[in-house]
Every structure is written in structure tokens, then in C-alpha cells.
Design a protein around this ligand. Structure first.
Ligand SMILES: *Cc1c(COP(=O)(O)O)cnc(C)c1O
Length: 360
């Protein structure tokens, strides 16, 4: 395929075409600076301006209050699975976690290496996949923090609400950050691996209430301490400059699109079209419960695995990329992140109709 396909991959995922064109224009020389952005010192004024804009754009998009810091860290979202308990789960304490699927399970397993975890609700094994209702969440009053995964990328489920928790709420938003407005004040810490809705893999975005960072145990190595990152504006060591530069371009693109309200409208329309295509046919079976279907990862099954294989194969012949479900669950998954255009969803819906007609 020599031209760009219609990319429904779960991550690393599609980036806005305008952003890719800008990257191309910025190579091999970034804005008359004599070098590409990758080759500039992270302490020099050329890169520092990029870094500052990535943070400013993130603040603007999410309307982040002054008492929160915006950090770019390394190690992806998985690194945060470890950093969070290392910083905040001291001996004698316990942290609340909600187990909603594979990603929440991984966060839990990592926290258990550091300290005590209380799983306050567990729907990970339920089918259809679902997020627990508010009434099922029995938070501990004195937990170190409460952790949720706002969008389960593999299951295709998403919280339709933000829980009220007695301890600081920590959220893995890797696969739905920037997809709609969020009230940051409800959270102590938000984190996201970049490769779904922010930029290339290798960067993790962290939004943290500064006061919370001060509570960290002194035993945490400096590099993994949020307070170190805050004090050094994410430049305690060399940051992943190219990834942050792309995140700056993506956030600039989001602002030009009308910010998160504008983006959320388009995302809702894309999801509606796909779910209508699934619900309107007895051939396709959704795998997520109606109460909590994701607007980012749409998951469904066909009558047999052979038909699923044929579906993926034929979609590829039409230029569609990444529709096979996660290897752990099978089925079909269409990831429709911010950069996936409406026209890609229209093409997929058309193909689904034709495929169902031909095979039922
Ligand atoms: C992709 C993903 C991760 C893992 O991200 P890495 O950057 O690979 O560590 C964690 N949580 C969720 C919800 C994800 O979608």
C-alpha cells in the first residue's frame, strides 16, 4: 500500500495527516534553525519553545488549573503503573483499584509488587464487558489513592461517569485522553501513554495536582519521583524531545479543530455510526455492554472466527488497517481515535453492510 490507508489500529495509532505533513516540512531543518528538532539541545531555546507550547496547549485543551503540573515522562503508561504506587503507596497503606479489564489488571499487578491493593469492584471477566455502576464501587475511606482506567482499549468499554472517591482519584486515560472535555479538578493524577491520542509512543503525559506530588515517599529514585519532574519541568534528564514535539503539533491541531468540545462532537458521530451499523444487523454482535460502550474502541464479533478472519482480510484489501481484535480476545475492534476521520468510519460502515449481506 503506497498511499495512506484507513487506519483503525489500537496503538500506535493514526496521527492527523496535517501533523505528518508538518513533520515532513520540519525535516531536515526545523524553522531555519540549522538542525532538525531531534538534533537540538533540550536546554536550547529552539526546543524549549516546543516544550513550552506542548504544555501550554495541553493546559488550554483540558482547562488545567494552576495547582496542577503537566509532565512528560518516559516508560509509557506501563511506567506509570509502577511510578504511581512507588510514589504514593507507602507501607501500612492500601490503594483502591477498579478492575475493568486487561489494562486495569496490569495496573493492579504492578501496584501489588509495591504494596497492598484493594480491588473495590471487578468486572474484568464479565461478558459482555462492562464498567461497574456507581452503586457497585465501595471505596475505602483512607486509601492512599483510588485508581480507574477510564477507557478499556481491549474490551471497548468506557466510564460513562467520573466516580467521587474519598481518596485522590488516579486515572489511566491512555486511550481516551483529549477525546472530550474532562474536569481535571476531580482527579489527583491523570496519565496517558501517547500513542493513541497524543503522538508517537515513548512519551507518557502526566497531569498531577502539585500538592499530591509532595506526599511521595523519599525512597523513590529521583527519576521516578513526580516532585523531581515538577521541579525540573520534565527535564531532569533528557526528555523524549521528538515525541514531545509531535505532541505539540497534535495539541495545536486539536486547538485548531475547536478544542475538545469540537473533537468530542465528531467522535460521538463516528461512534454512533459504527454502533448503529452493529445494532442494525443480526450478523454483528457487540461485546461491550450498552451502558458503557467506548467512543474510542468499538468491539464486536461475527458469527464465526473464520468469518472474522475473512472480514479482516477483505477489509485490508480495501485499504483498512488494524481491524483485528486484540490477540487476547479476538473478534473485531475499530479504534476511532481523534485522528481517525469520519470518512474512514463511513467506508467501514459501507464495507460492514456489504460483508454482512454477502455472508448471511
Ligand atoms: C495502550 C495502553 C496502555 C499501555 O501503554 P504503554 O505506553 O504501552 O505502556 C495502558 N493503558 C491503556 C488504557 C492503554 O490503552
Amino acid at each position: 500500500m503506497s498511499s495512506r490507508g484507513l487506519n483503525f489500529g489500537a496503538g500506535p495509532a493514526v496521527l492527523p495527516e496535517e501533523v505528518l505533513e508538518q513533520i515532513k516540512a520540519d525535516l531536515p531543518v526545523y524553522q531555519n534553525s540549522g538542525a532538525s528538532i531531534m538534533e537540538h539541545s533540550h536546554r536550547g531555546k529552539v526546543y524549549m519553545a516546543v516544550h513550552a507550547e506542548a504544555i501550554a496547549n495541553t493546559r488550554k485543551l483540558l482547562n488545567i488549573p494552576e495547582d496542577y503540573a503537566v509532565l512528560f515522562m518516559q516508560g509509557g503508561a506501563t511506567g506509570q503503573f509502577a511510578s504511581i504506587p512507588m510514589n504514593f503507596l507507602a507501607a501500612g497503606q492500601s490503594a483502591d483499584y477498579v478492575n475493568t479489564g486487561e489494562w486495569a489488571s496490569k495496573a493492579i499487578a504492578e501496584a501489588q509488587i509495591i504494596g497492598a491493593v484493594k480491588v473495590v469492584a471487578d468486572t474484568a471477566a464479565e461478558r459482555p464487558c462492562r464498567i461497574p455502576a456507581v452503586s457497585e464501587l465501595h471505596w475505602t475511606s483512607n486509601a492512599a489513592y483510588a485508581h480507574i482506567t477510564t477507557n478499556e482499549t481491549i474490551s471497548g468499554t468506557q466510564y460513562p461517569f467520573i466516580p467521587e472517591t474519598p481518596s485522590p482519584l488516579v486515572a489511566d486515560m491512555s486511550s481516551d485522553i483529549f477525546s472530550k472535555p474532562v474536569d481535571v479538578k476531580k482527579f489527583g493524577l491523570i496519565y496517558a501513554g501517547a500513542q493513541k491520542n497524543i503522538g508517537p509512543s515513548g512519551v507518557a503525559l502526566v497531569i498531577i495536582r502539585k500538592e499530591l506530588a509532595q506526599r511521595a515517599s523519599a525512597k523513590v529514585p529521583k527519576i521516578f519521583r513526580y516532585s523531581t519532574m515538577i521541579e525540573n519541568d520534565s527535564m531532569y534528564n533528557t526528555p523524549p524531545t521528538f515525541g514531545i514535539y509531535v505532541a505539540m503539533l497534535v495539541t495545536r491541531w486539536l486547538i485548531a479543530k475547536g478544542g475538545l468540545e469540537g473533537v468530542a462532537k465528531i467522535n460521538a458521530e463516528k461512534a454512533k455510526k459504527l454502533y448503529e451499523a452493529i445494532d442494525g444487523s443480526s450478523f454483528y454482535k457487540p461485546t461491550a455492554d450498552l451502558s458503557c460502550r467506548s467512543s474510542m474502541n468499538v468491539t464486536w464479533r461475527l458469527p464465526s472466527e473464520d468469518l472474522e478472519k475473512a472480514f479482516v482480510k477483505e477489509s485490508e484489501a480495501l485499504g483498512m488497517i488494524g481491524l483485528a481484535g486484540h490477540r487476547s480476545v479476538g473478534g473485531i475492534r475499530a479504534s476511532i481515535y481523534n485522528a481517525c476521520p469520519l470518512k474512514a468510519v463511513d467506508a467501514l460502515v459501507g464495507f460492514m453492510r456489504d460483508f454482512a449481506k454477502k455472508n448471511s
